[in-house]
Design a protein. Structure first.
Length: 128
């Protein structure tokens, strides 16, 4: 469980940085882009923590973010709606390379509060 806790702590630290910007009401373009960058690395830490948890605790191996999320749903770490949201989060993460597209950057930023809350809830479940 040591490796699991280590990964969870890394994800929580990343999440704390995302929370500083994800809930801004009227961000400047720089703040928005910084929040999206923080979302990118937070998501990476989040899915990797989930991956290690599934391997170490559940004995399941997921190789990709979507595969890990589907496994998390199967073992009850995510509800059906949460899994749908998490799969959308994967899609948004994959689109972040296109944030030069203003409307896409704004759309992703608007979803960050929901993603932030989901990651916080799931990381809390991993520690129980």
């Amino acid at each position: 469980m040591g490796r699991v806790l280590e990964r969870i702590q890394v994800a929580e630290k990343a999440l704390a940085t995302l929370k500083e910007l994800a809930f801004l009401q009227d961000p400047s373009p720089v703040e928005r882009d910084a929040a999206i960058q923080r979302f990118e690395y937070t998501f990476e830490a989040f899915w990797k923590a989930l991956q290690v948890y599934l391997r170490e605790v559940e004995g399941l191996e997921g190789a990709s973010p979507k595969g890990v999320i589907r496994l998390a749903r199967e073992v009850g770490l995510l509800g059906e709606e949460e899994a749908r949201l998490a799969l959308g989060m994967v899609d948004d993460r994959n689109l972040t390379v296109h944030t030069y597209n203003e409307s896409l950057a704004q759309a992703i930023f608007r979803r960050l509060p929901e993603y932030t809350r989901l990651m916080e809830q799931v990381l809390g479940r991993l520690q129980k």
